[in-house]
Design a protein around this ligand. Structure first.
Ligand SMILES: O=C1O[C@H](COP(=O)(O)O)[C@@H](O)[C@H](O)[C@H]1O
Length: 240
C-alpha cells in the first residue's frame, strides 16, 4: 500500500506560493486554537523562498508558532547554504519574526554532537508537528535522505527512535542533519512542494514503483498513514 496522493496543481510558482501559504496558515490557525500553539517543519533548498515570503504575510499569532528545519547542512547560519538562513531571511520577518525557531545546526565539533543537541531540543517540543513541508531533489531525496547515504536505512526506519540524526552522502557536499521519518510522518498536514516537469516525473516514477534505496521519497510513500498533499507548478517557461 502506498500513500494517498492529493495533487494541488497550479499554473505558476506564484499561484502555488499564494494558495499553499493560505492553506498552511489556516492549518496553523486551527492548531493554535485547538492546542494553544503550532509546530511547523520546513524544508530548505532552492524552491521554497517565495512560499515562505507569502506565508510571512499571514496574520496569525506567530508568537505561538515554533519553526524547525526538516533538514540542515552542517554549516553555520552565516552560510548561504544554510537552510536556517533561508528560513530566517524569508519567513521570520515582519509579524512572523515573533515565531520561535528551533535549529538543527549547533556549533559543535562534530555533526553527531549537533544531532544529539538538536534531538534533545526537538524532544522538548510539544510533538507531533502540525505541518511538515517536504521538498524533493531531482535524485528523489527528501529531507536529507540521500540514495547514497550509509545512514539511509536508519533515518527512514519507520520505528526509528531518534528524532534528529547526522547523515553523510557522497552526493551531498557537507554532512547533514535531518529529522527522521517517523517524526515527519506524524504531522497533521504532510505536504510535498515540488516544481517543474522533471521533479514531477521523478515523483510519479517513485509512486509507480517505490524503492527507498533508489528514490528515498519512496519511504514517505510507503509508510505515510495520512494523505500526502503535493503542491506542484511548472517552472517558469514550462507548460503545465
Ligand atoms: O538539499 C535539499 O534539497 C531538497 C530539495 O531542494 P531543491 O533545491 O531541489 O528545492 C530540500 O527539500 C532539502 O530541504 C534541502 O536540504
Amino acid at each position: 500500500m502506498t500513500v494517498d496522493p492529493r495533487w494541488h496543481d497550479f499554473a505558476s510558482p506564484e499561484q502555488l506560493a499564494e494558495q499553499f501559504a493560505e492553506d498552511v496558515a489556516n492549518f496553523l490557525k486551527v492548531a493554535i486554537s485547538q492546542r494553544g500553539h503550532a509546530l511547523l517543519a520546513l524544508s530548505g533548498g532552492t524552491t521554497p523562498a517565495p512560499f515562505f515570503r507569502r506565508l510571512a504575510q499571514h496574520d496569525l499569532d506567530w508568537s505561538k508558532v515554533v519553526v524547525v528545519p526538516v533538514d540542515e547542512r552542517f554549516v553555520p547560519v552565516s552560510s548561504e547554504r544554510s537552510n536556517e538562513k533561508l528560513i530566517r531571511d524569508n519567513l521570520l520577518t515582519g509579524k512572523a519574526a515573533d515565531a520561535r525557531f528551533t535549529p538543527l545546526y549547533h556549533d559543535t565539533a562534530t555533526p553527531n554532537e549537533a544531532a544529539d543537541q538538536a534531538d534533545r531540543a526537538v524532544a522538548d517540543l510539544s510533538l507531533p508537528f502540525d505541518v511538515v513541508v517536504l521538498g524533493m531533489g531531482g535524485d528523489g531525496h527528501t529531507a536529507s535522505f540521500f540514495p547514497d547515504s550509509p545512514e539511509l536505512v536508519d533515518v527512514t526506519d519507520p520505528s526509528a527512535t531518534r528524532r534528529v540524526a547526522a547523515v553523510t552522502a557522497p552526493s551531498a557536499d557537507e554532512p547533514r542533519l535531518t529529522l527522521t521519518l517517523p517524526l515527519l510522518l506524524s504531522a497533521g498536514l504532510l505536504a510535498l512542494h515540488i516544481e517543474g516537469q522533471e521533479k514531477r516525473g521523478v515523483f510519479e516514477a517513485a509512486l509507480a514503483q517505490p524503492n527507498p534505496q533508489e528514490k528515498p521519497i519512496s519511504a514517505v510513500l510507503l509508510h505515510a498513514a495520512t494523505p500526502l498533499h503535493i503542491y506542484w507548478a511548472p517552472k517558469k517557461g514550462e507548460v503545465s
